[in-house]
Design a protein around this ligand. Structure first.
Ligand code: GTP
Ligand code: MG
Length: 693
């Protein structure tokens, strides 16, 4: 069944790893009547974790989509992965949803991913709520979790539900808004009942806080509240809707998803007070290439965005699509604006996890699926007509972990290539590229786990035998002082000889300048038509430095004098002379190796700060600055790339998997002593290998 825009809401469940998101998703579908019984993640049968790799590891790896209906409103729900390796799917769900629900473990409180996700939501101005779950665990503490949020995010969450007891004594939750209690019923859906007397005072205080949040919703309500000291239920509802849509307060919910607790009042809240599809906006690039905010609008012609591509074992290629304006109709024709091609729209679906449900149309605000379209790619814009605008591509963090990979048998190269194309389409944080300099195919992503899962798929699903190794570092060579050299290329071979003499002067240039060629020949010592040959020789000479055969950079090369022979000279002679002259000059110019230095930002809990800092200093890192707030430290440093090739693994072990980082190339810096000697030595074996091949 299709729902119209005003009857659609999209919610993303996100949060730190293992906080119970998939369990919550499962219980929402159960309470919503979608599935007859709720499964546990351990059973491997949940709707959320349905791929073989998720079932095997008992963690979420891909976003899952499902929906429930409450009072005619369709609530699309995304269950997203908690591991930062799969952050791409979290970010796409944030784009597609009007409301994010952050799952927080009642015992652990705010964790590092919670903070990163919060920041991402801040950047979008996206309304969000907190679901404090696992309150049935010993030492779980709802109030403490909220205090933690207040301390770390400087916002005071407003409880919509409150727990009754905790740990072994956890009995259920109280819906503060509707003043009802919900009692745990084992495997069954929680049961409504009156509020036990012992909680009356806490509920009254919480209700007061909720009314204040509602009054913030608009000025007239605030006046009423100040005048009367309270708000009517209708006013309260209106105020809470408006204030949440404007991200003015953060509702907090208590629960224990595994015990089906806190689920029904959560659904009620989202259905009645959560931001609706109409509050969404998106970003397009207009015809002039300028970014424009566009509101979601059912009354405009069709526009839609492909938010995700997945390949399912049974259903084949699935293109997830969010409708931003108008409606998408099955068996129709639209335009793929990104490709400037007509797009034949066949069947349309919504889904409950991997189970597809056919629909006739999808209205603005809804998220659905197009199957088996060979042309659709993630980030494509679908519209009623070609041209005009394109949706802005989803912004994702840059990869931080890389691995070089090659098929053991040459015949598998193409198959491996095809798989990598598909993997990169499925997860936009995963990249692959052939590095022509190091002659390696390097795959990169957000962490070791993501890369290992891809490698495993290559080996087991694709049955391709592969070899992997740490990617090579692209070192450079340069010079540190001026030098000159003279070289005569002379060959007498019967008839025509070869003759060319060049005198070069080379000098260091500032870092990053790469190369400058200066022709300072006076009086035709070398005729003009041979100068390009000279430059070619210099460029060839610079391709392989004299230290370890790495490319030479940041050198000015001046041709100052030379000699030619009217018969024997040729471009080739001058090229060879220049190449050798360059190499001779370089040897006298005090050459040095350069290594790439990265700009690193590390994000860790404060208690790990000391260990992270000392590890970085052991990695020849230069600390540029450090910031701490709410128990989380952010460290900025410059660190040689050679030291960071395994950093995601190192940081994980230092921080028990909680730390994260981003990294980007910054500059090249000289190395000397043992470090340089090691690089030169490693290159010697590499060169021998190359010669063997
Ligand atoms: N005691 C208790 N355990 C829970 C509750 N909710 C989830 N769990 C358990 O916590 C573990 C993680 O649950 P998941 O639902 O997979 O957590 P998740 O946030 O989806 O995990 P990722 O997707 O990997 O980030 C599982 O063993 C669940 O059974 C709860 O309310 N109480
Ligand atoms: Mg999960």
């Amino acid at each position: 069944m299709s729902h119209t825009t005003d009857l659609i809401k999209n919610v993303s469940i996100a949060g730190h790893g293992q906080t119970g998101k998939t369990t919550l998703f499962e219980r929402l579908l159960f309470a919503g009547g979608v599935i007859p019984r709720a499964e546990t993640v351990e059973s491997g049968k949940t709707v959320g974790d349905s791929s073989p790799e998720e079932i095997e590891r008992k963690i979420s790896i891909h976003a899952a989509l499902g929906h429930i209906e409450r009072n005619g409103t369709k609530i699309n729900i995304f269950d997203t992965p908690g591991s930062s390796d799969f952050t791409g799917d979290v970010i796409l769900s944030f784009r597609a949803a009007e409301f994010a629900l952050l799952a927080v473990d009642g015992r652990s409180g705010v964790q590092i991913e919670t903070i990163k996700l919060w920041r991402n939501l801040d950047g979008r101005g996206k309304p969000r709520g907190i679901f404090v779950t696992k309150l049935d665990n010993d030492q779980a503490d709802f109030d403490k979790a909220l205090a933690d949020i207040k301390e770390k995010f400087k916002v005071d969450p407003v409880p919509v539900t409150l727990p009754m007891g905790s740990g072994g004594a956890f009995k259920g939750v109280i819906d503060v808004l509707h003043e009802k209690a919900y009692f745990v019923q084992g495997e069954a859906i929680e049961k409504e009942g009156p509020i036990p007397d012992e909680f009356r005072d806490t509920v009254a205080a919480a209700r007061e806080k909720l009314i204040e949040a509602a009054a913030e919703g608009d000025d007239t309500l605030m006046e009423h509240y100040i005048d009367k000291g309270s708000l009517s239920p209708d006013e309260m509802q209106k105020g809470l809707i408006e204030a949440l849509a404007e991200n003015k307060y953060v509702p907090a919910f208590a629960g224990a998803a595994l015990k089906n607790s806190g689920i029904v009042p959560l659904i009620d809240f989202i259905a009645d007070l959560g931001p609706g599809a109409r509050t969404a906006k998106d970003l397009v690039l207009d015809a002039e290439g300028k970014e424009q905010i566009v509101p979601l609008d059912p009354d405009k012609p069709l526009s839609a965005l492909v938010i995700k591509t997945a390949y399912d074992q049974f259903s084949g290629k699935l293109s997830w699509i969010k409708i931003i304006s108008g409606k998408l109709v099955a068996d129709s024709e639209a335009f793929n604006v990104s490709e400037h091609k007509k797009e034949r729209i066949g069947k349309l679906y919504t889904c409950q996890g991997k189970k597809l449900e056919e629909v006739k149309e999808l209205f603005a605000g809804d998220v659905g699926i197009i199957t088996k379209s060979p042309n659709l790619k993630t980030n494509d814009t679908i519209a009623a007509a070609d041209g005009g605008f394109n949706f802005v591509h989803l912004r994702l963090p840059e990869p931080v972990h890389s691995m070089a990979v090659n098929a053991t048998a040459k015949k598998d190269d193409d198959k491996l290539g095809e798989f990598l194309v598909r993997a990169a389409e499925e997860d936009k944080t995963f990249r692959y590229n052939f590095n022509a300099e190091t002659k390696e195919t390097v795959i990169s992503g957000m962490g070791e786990l993501q890369i290992n899962i891809i490698l495993e798929k290559i080996r087991t699903n694709q049955k391709i035998e592969i070899e992997t190794h740490v990617p090579k570092v692209a070192y450079r060579e340069t010079i540190t002082k001026k030098a000159g050299a003279e070289y005569t290329h002379k060959k007498q071979t019967g008839g025509h000889g070869q003759y060319g003499k060049v005198l070069l002067e080379i000098a260091p240039l500032p870092r990053g300048t790469n190369y400058q060629f200066v022709n300072a020949i006076f009086g035709g010592a070398i005729p003009k038509n041979y100068i390009p040959g000279v430059e070619k020789g210099v460029v060839e000479g610079m391709a392989h430095g004299t230290m370890a055969s790495y490319p030479v950079v940041d050198v000015e090369v001046k041709i100052v004098d030379g000699k030619y022979h009217p018969v024997d000279s040729s471009e080739l002679s001058f090229k060879l002379a220049a190449r050798n002259a360059f190499r001779d000059a370089m040897r006298h110019a005090n050459p040095t190796l350069l290594e790439p230095v990265m700009n690193l930002t590390v994000f860790v809990e404060e208690k790990y700060l000391g260990d992270v800092m000392s590890d970085l200093s052991g990695k020849r890192g230069k600390i540029l600055g450090q910031d701490s707030s709410g128990g989380i430290a952010e460290i900025h440093a410059e660190v040689p790339q050679a030291e960071l090739l395994r950093y995601s693994i190192d940081l994980r072990s230092i921080t028990s998997g909680t730390g994260s980082f981003s990294v980007a190339f910054d500059h090249y810096a000289p190395i000397s002593g043992r470090i340089a000697d090691d690089v030169i030595k490693a290159r010697e074996t590499f060169k021998i290998q190359e010669a063997d091949e």
